[in-house]
Design a protein around this ligand. Structure first.
Ligand code: NAP
Length: 254
């Protein structure tokens, strides 16, 4: 505990799901957490309240990451928020988590469906990181949320899988570029996690059976399973790990 005292973390898409759990977990370790959200302001504010009630510090910032204007708005608000709440500038940990799922095969892929996924899952992390780099402190951390679909070919989620493949490559490129600043860059690849993204699958008994059967532990994952791994990668304990793609699928498809 308290491995992140004095650190400031920005987690995109932290109003719910995996991002919410990461926000709570990093706050538990003592980080000041910037809870980014897209549309769900009240859910993001509830995350902030939960952190504050546990003795932690957090702020919520809303921004649509599908446009560069939205990304600029995020960083303008982040600069103000950090200055007001900590008196300092810059931050230590970036978690590129916001993303959208999409169950569409190759045959049914359209230009619109392709652009929709790429805009949030690839373009947004790239430009968020571009804006983050001048503000990220040396010795910092970047953690990208990828997916196990880059390890196990899943044609039913065709463009989505390609978007996460881009995140894996992005992770390696950044790790090389930022080594001289002692910034580590790693990706976490969750399997099926119990979030709204999988609501359709996990509400249905046959979907539940399928999801639980994938993991060697015979259950699907919970957001906390991923958040604990991210907390390790965010901590000083992971200082000698960079450019790694960490499977977080409970041994799915072994
Ligand atoms: N769930 C899984 O099984 C699973 C598996 C592998 C990888 N992943 C990856 O893990 C990450 C989180 O997934 P999740 O299941 O936790 O998702 P989720 O519950 O659907 O939450 C998605 C988050 O992303 C934000 N977001 C989406 N579009 C946005 C936009 N245009 N602008 C700003 N924010 C936006 C949402 O904000 P608002 O709600 O405020 O709009 C929300 O906070 C994603 O990158 C996903 O691909 C998930």
């Amino acid at each position: 505990m308290n491995k992140l005292t004095g650190k400031i973390a920005l987690i995109t898409g932290a109003s719910r799901g995996i991002g919410r759990s990461i926000a709570l977990r990093l706050a538990q370790e003592g980080a000041f957490v910037v809870v980014h959200y897209g549309k769900r302001r009240s859910e993001a504010e509830a995350v902030v309240l939960q952190i504050e009630q546990s003795g932690g510090n957090a702020i919520a910032i809303g921004a649509d990451l599908s446009t560069l204007d939205g990304i600029h708005d995020l960083f303008a608000a982040l600069d103000n928020g950090i200055r007001e709440r900590t008196g300092g500038s810059g931050f230590d940990i970036l978690v590129n988590n916001a993303g959208i799922g999409q169950i569409v095969n190759l045959e049914d892929t359209t230009e619109e469906s392709f652009d929709e996924v790429m805009k949030i899952n690839v373009k947004a992390p790239l430009f968020v990181t571009q804006q983050a780099l001048p503000r990220l402190k040396d010795g910092g951390r970047i953690i990208n949320i990828s997916s196990f679909v880059t390890r196990v070919a899943s044609p039913s989620v065709f463009t989505y899988s390609m978007s996460k493949g881009a995140i894996d490559t992005f992770t390696q490129l950044l790790a090389k570029q930022l080594g001289s600043r002692n910034i580590t860059v790693n990706a976490v690849q969750p399997g099926i996690i119990n979030t709204e993204m999988n609501a359709g699958t996990l509400q249905d008994p046959s979907g539940q059976k399928y999801a639980a059967g994938l993991s060697t532990f015979k259950r699907w994952g919970e957001p906390e399973d991923v958040a604990d791994i991210v907390a390790f990668l965010a901590s000083p304990d992971s200082r000698w790990i960079t450019s790694q793609l960490l499977d977080a699928s409970g041994g799915s498809h072994l």
